[in-house]
Design a protein around this ligand. Sequence first.
Ligand SMILES: [Zn+2]
Length: 250
Amino acid sequence: MSLNANGLLRNSRHLLLNDFDEEKISSLVNSKVLIVGVGGLGCPAAQYLAASGISNFRLVDFDKVEESNLPRQILYGPLDVGKYKVEVGKRILKNINPAVNVIAETAKADSENLPYWIEWSDLVLDCTDGFQTKHLLNQLCVRQKIPLIIGSAIQWEGQLFVVHPKESEFACYECIFPISSGAEDASCGAFGVLSTAVGTIGIFQANETIKILTGTRVVKNQLILFDARSLSVQIIKVIKRSGCSVCDFT
Ligand SMILES: [Zn+2]
């Protein structure tokens, strides 16, 4: 589907970039993005992606807005406390861009519902703070060959990792953080998190989403570590792990 006059005007500054043309922007606009978790990561990611023109979102979160969410979960305001995050998120994203369609899923993501939602999507954002959910998303996205952008943040630090099963020799989340390592969830409710640190990772996720959906560039096999206190980014090269139970099909 090509862009209409409004779409061309809205995307005029993107179209000035050498990497983009009308076909790529049209592909971005018509993409379907699944966002699992609409908290400190999912809010800024969804906000930027809706503003950037993506038309189809599926938001998944079972939580209601709490007062302590407000410093970093920027889709919500004080009047939204007690309401379901996905319902408020749907309304706000429509305000940002009336052309978007948002499916709101008030549910906990699990092995029953995720395969259907991943099947629906062109790309998945993991915006959860659960180690088990990240591994489940990794397994399913590798199996279903859908790109997955994993974000996490705690205290002053954040991480970003892209799993791109359509690329050759891609590394997956299991390659670098084996589930057998027994790592446990580090929730911001227990350890705290700087609002702008988690927000930066959410915007990094939106950044990589735009690049993948426009076919611009894929940052694969790199673990990105962000430290908000020193304002530094460290890039760790990783490789596909031979014998990985998730992605090594040989
Ligand atoms: Zn792997």
